[in-house]
Design a protein around this ligand. Sequence first.
Ligand code: ZN
Length: 261
Amino acid sequence: MSPRVRRLVPRIGLQKQSRSLRLPDGRDIELLQVIDPRAVRVKLSVSERGARLSLPLGTSDTFVQQFLEQHRAWLQTQWRKHQSAPAPDAALCWGQDLCLPLRGESITLRWQSASRLAVQCDEADWRLLVPPAATLARVQKVIAEFLHSEARTDLGRWLPHYLPGFAHAPGQVRIRPLSSLWGSLSGRNGLSLDLSLILAPSRVFEYVLVHELCHLVQRNHSPAFWHEVGQRLPDWRQQRQWLRSHGGMLKRQLGVLLEAR
Ligand SMILES: [Zn+2]
């Protein structure tokens, strides 16, 4: 049996922090900033998992600001390339049934001529009721309202469960398409959640809600913050990983579904 080698020098871990960054086109993206004791130079990259900035230990904040300023245009090009990956087949076409994910399961909205415009469900039979005079833009609006209402229903179930665990509740809760973030908590405790989360498995959506609520207690991503998340949602890592692997696809799917034609 070989002798065990004991690590004599304690290993300093990676320090990670998420920050919001505005691109030249005005869109805000989330950038993961990682201080890596083993890194020898600053490295900016964009992948399936999003934008990441690796920094050697001791890099000054002024340097980071300058570096990001110089690379903003490059980052935008990379980000767009990444976003223009093949779009899922969720486009709305006149008169055709529409397949889309809802709470992680694929559903089909059967297109049906009717006197009023609505999305209706009878015992798992989803129908898109469309009057002949409706426009595609109006149909898209009704689908967006339907997704919005489904997301509200889920929040209505989860919030009474989680809110008693916090000293105070968030202010206004808004659900809307967010370009790169999944959720955010403003300085005034206004909570914003991405509409595409209703397409994801429910537990993933629940994780994002819990994550943002925990920012009421910790306005950072410190170990104390993750402890708060873990106490309420022990399997949060699994849900975060799901978002990292599939989240981009969800946002593209919603974009294709609701894009103006
Ligand atoms: Zn956060």
